[in-house]
Design a protein around this ligand. Structure first.
Ligand SMILES: NC(=O)c1ccc[n+]([C@@H]2O[C@H](COP(=O)([O-])OP(=O)(O)OC[C@H]3O[C@@H](n4cnc5c(N)ncnc54)[C@H](O)[C@@H]3O)[C@@H](O)[C@H]2O)c1
Length: 311
């Protein structure tokens, strides 16, 4: 049974993934190239755990146990040397990930599974320079990793059946809901679905059909509300496939089919409006306190959803 893990990269995703493993009885060595990222991770993980205790998602004893289980380190060798499951969560740059995997492979014990949290890079590319690509896999978590149940699992032709089976068992034990792709495709499943929706949402705002609040409300109170219970394919079954065939025939020619990022997002980027991190995106986030509040409220809502799922 895997009980010794390492997470490489302590940013948004790495610290959340470390928390998932720690809460499920694993020892986690959390490594980052930047010391301040490790310090920040400790503070934020402690805050996430405090909220989980407040909301009854874990006990105070489990909170303390999880905090003790995460050992931050500035030594990659120390992080991966004894780990049976190593998760990489460094920035989405192929060359950087290649360097990190080469270092991990030189330090990890034989048989350790090396998992990448990449959002977009193909596994066969990521594993290109590894001596043992059979032990490499993608486990794609969603932000905030400690609350969103889904993890997409992607294998390449070289990935061993044993690595897939061990990764799935490990993720399930950690309380996650893994889905496995039959073959590699860019964006996996969830980001492709999400990108299709985001493209149309931005098109609707950009072409003046509705304002951004109404587009977001249409999703959270309409399809999004439904989709957290039944997925799009089952939704079609309930609506009637004859009806859905007409809907798709009538709508398909009307939908945005642009082949690059939507005009609206390009325009906001050109103006330096990158969302929460610059204080302005589609909406305004004037202070750090506003952002902290919004994240807390978002996480509280996710926690309530999680509790409903568990009933
Ligand atoms: N942010 C998301 O919503 C999200 C969701 C799913 C997947 N991902 C993927 O997860 C990965 C990490 O994304 P993130 O959002 O956590 O990024 P981030 O920028 O928040 O964190 C990356 C961390 O990696 C560290 N780092 C950089 N070089 C390193 C090295 N050589 N060794 C060790 N640490 C190093 C950085 O200091 C930083 O703390 C990316 O591949 C991203 O595509 C992100």
């Amino acid at each position: 049974m895997i009980d010794n893990t390492a997470v490489i990269g302590a940013g948004i995703m790495g610290r959340g993934i470390a928390l998932v493993y720690a809460l499920n009885g694993c020892r986690v060595r959390l490594y980052d190239a930047a010391n301040q990222a490790l310090e920040k991770a400790k503070t934020l993980v402690a805050a996430d755990l405090a909220l989980m205790v407040d909301e009854g998602l874990c006990s105070d004893a489990e909170r303390r146990q999880a905090l003790d289980a995460i050992l931050v380190t500035d030594s990659l060798a120390d992080a991966v040397g004894s780990a049976a499951f190593i998760t990489e969560a460094v920035p989405e740059q192929l060359e950087l990930k290649w360097q990190v995997f080469a270092s991990i492979e030189g330090l990890a014990r034989p048989g350790a599974i090396i998992a990448s949290n990449t959002s977009t890079l193909p596994l066969s590319e990521l594993a290109r320079h590894l001596e043992h690509p059979e032990r490499m896999i993608i486990t794609h978590f969603f932000n905030p990793a400690h609350l969103v149940p889904l993890v997409e699992v992607v294998k390449a032709v070289n990935t061993s059946a044993q690595a897939v089976a061990e990764a799935l068992a490990f993720l399930r034990r950690a309380g996650k809901v893994p889905v496995v792709l039959k073959r590699e495709v860019p964006g996996f499943i969830a980001n492709r679905l999400q990108a299709a929706v985001v493209r149309e949402a931005m098109f609707l705002v950009h072409s003046g059909v509705a304002d951004m609040h109404d587009v977001d409300t249409a999703m959270t109170c309409g399809p999004g509300f439904r989709w957290s219970v039944i997925g799009p394919l089952e939704t079609a079954d309930f609506g009637g496939l004859d009806t859905w065939q007409s809907v798709m025939n009538n709508l398909a020619p009307e939908l945005d089919d642009s082949r690059t990022a939507p005009a609206l997002i390009k325009e906001l980027n050109r103006q330096g409006h990158l969302g929460v991190k610059t204080g302005q995106g589609f909406y305004a986030y004037p202070t750090d306190e506003v952002v902290t509040d919004k994240i807390r409220n978002r996480d509280l809502a996710f926690i309530r959803l999680l509790k409903l799922r568990d009933k």
